[in-house]
Design a protein. Structure first.
Length: 180
């Protein structure tokens, strides 16, 4: 699928499949606690422009682009409604939350040590250093919390958890799922 054919917008979120060794390890760990005994996606990020710019936790937390996911399976979702109180999420709320996260986390090194905590039930949720060090999916979950699309806590959330929410929760619209 050509990226230009997908109706992406600022504030959309995504999960991607990573078939490399680290992605396989992440999926194996996620599957241990998965409610549906399945785990496909091992990375997550936030879309910051209609052109496909992203903000995500890679080796550092930084800007990237969806075109770098070419050949990967991807799930792109749009948060539409506030989870707790209802009502539409305004695009300005999405932009403000993105800028806040960029100001707070841009340039931080990826907290690899937190991945180990995800293998220990509940450790990643409660041993979080007050959210100062977030893995990719926790960064996305914090964004979704800031715009009202998901409740707290945002620590301890995996890409598999997010993908399940995007597909099953009624406050998201799946924009695209397939291979780029």
């Amino acid at each position: 699928m050509n990226l230009a054919e997908i109706d992406i917008r600022q504030g959309d979120v995504f999960c991607t499949e990573n078939v490399a060794f680290l992605g396989q390890v992440i999926n194996w760990i996620q599957k241990l606690s998965s409610k549906d005994d399945s785990s496909i996606y091992s990375h997550a990020g936030i879309v910051t422009s209609m052109d496909g710019d992203t903000f995500e936790a890679l080796s550092t937390i930084r800007a990237d682009h969806l075109s770098n996911r070419k050949g990967q399976k991807i799930l792109i979702a749009r948060p539409l409604f506030k989870d707790v109180v209802g009502g539409m999420i305004h695009p300005i709320e999405k932009k403000v939350a993105i800028v806040r996260l960029q100001d707070e986390y841009r340039g931080n090194w990826y907290p690899w040590w937190r991945l180990i905590l995800h293998a220990i039930p509940l450790a990643s949720r409660y041993i979080s250093a007050q959210g100062k060090f977030l893995v990719c999916s926790e960064l996305v979950a914090k964004y979704l919390y800031l715009i009202g699309a998901r409740p707290e806590p945002y620590t301890g959330i995996s890409p598999d958890d997010l993908a399940d929410e995007f597909v099953r929760w009624s406050n998201y619209e799946v924009v695209f799922e397939g291979t780029l």
